[in-house]
Ligand binder design. Structure first.
Ligand SMILES: Nc1ncnc2c1ncn2[C@@H]1O[C@H](COP(=O)(O)OP(=O)(O)O)[C@@H](O)[C@H]1O
Ligand SMILES: Nc1ccn([C@@H]2O[C@H](COP(=O)(O)OP(=O)(O)O)[C@@H](O)[C@H]2O)c(=O)n1
Length: 222
């Protein structure tokens, strides 16, 4: 079984995917973490975020390993020269900075980079919950159940500043700007169930998704 949870930035995708995955006792997969890790490596290497051949060359020499645990995804890099020792660097925290937020959409609009991410996702063995922007459309159109989460920009910004001590108005503006840059890959699947999470708490959204696993597609669960 594949369940997809797509949605706008900070709408609750990873928290909801984790909660649903734990209830179903299956892993969840954060596609955004692959885009984020690629962006982090490019920023650290000084590689242009619009230069697809240079980015693919960088990533080919930087083996990444996504750990899709139900309680939270982590991503690891085997640094150059450490292939023998197996020593890995955990990139997860560094992949969630404002610098990565600001750069990731440029890299994510490159078809070559989307194919690099999608090939890794399609190689995973079901069952799992996959979350991102285009899980129910481009990557897993065959998924058994699809959800699309939204929430107002202010609600999303207020949630995010609880994780990172930043200014609410600035965070809101950055989220709206990132939604605009991600628009091309962020259309809900025609058979996705839409959930507006603005007035729901996390357990309410998870319950709505679990109910929706048994609903016909395209119903509004909010
Ligand atoms: N329905 C909700 N009510 C309150 N807080 C939520 C809700 N959904 C998510 N959150 C919180 O909002 C923040 C962003 O959620 P996250 O799952 O990281 O979103 P996304 O993966 O879409 O970026 C997290 O701190 C999370 O705990
Ligand atoms: N399936 C996906 C997932 C992420 N992304 C890109 O990766 C970025 C980070 O995704 P994310 O899901 O970690 O971001 P948040 O919504 O958690 O802030 C997005 O802003 C998109 O640019 C994408 O293009 N397609």
């Amino acid at each position: 079984m594949i369940v997809t949870i797509d949605g706008v930035a900070a709408s609750g995708k990873s928290s909801v995917a984790s909660g649903v995955a734990r209830r179903l006792n299956i892993p969840y997969v954060s596609s955004g973490l692959l885009y984020r890790a690629a962006t982090l490596l490019a920023l650290e290497a000084g590689t242009d975020l619009g230069d697809a051949p240079a980015l693919i060359a960088l990533l080919s020499g930087s083996p990444l390993r996504l750990e899709p645990l139900p309680e939270g995804n982590r991503i690891f890099l085997t640094p150059v020269g450490e292939q023998e020792t197996g020593a890995e660097r955990d990139l997860t925290a560094d992949a969630h900075t404002s610098a990565v937020d600001a750069g990731v959409s440029a890299l994510a609009q490159l078809p070559e980079l989307r194919e690099w991410v999608n090939a890794q996702l399609r190689a995973l063995t079901p069952p799992f919950v996959a979350e991102g922007r285009d899980m129910g459309t481009a990557v897993f159109p065959q998924a058994q159940a699809k959800f699309f989460l939204t929430a107002s920009p202010r609600v999303r910004a207020l949630r995010r500043v609880k994780e990172r001590l930043e200014d609410v108005a600035e965070v809101e503006a950055a989220l709206v700007a990132r939604d605009a840059k991600d628009k091309a890959q962020s259309a809900p699947a025609a058979d996705a169930q839409l959930i507006d999470t603005s007035t729901l708490d996390l357990s309410g959204v998870i319950a709505a998704v679990l109910r929706g696993l048994h609903q016909p597609a395209s119903s509004d669960l909010s």
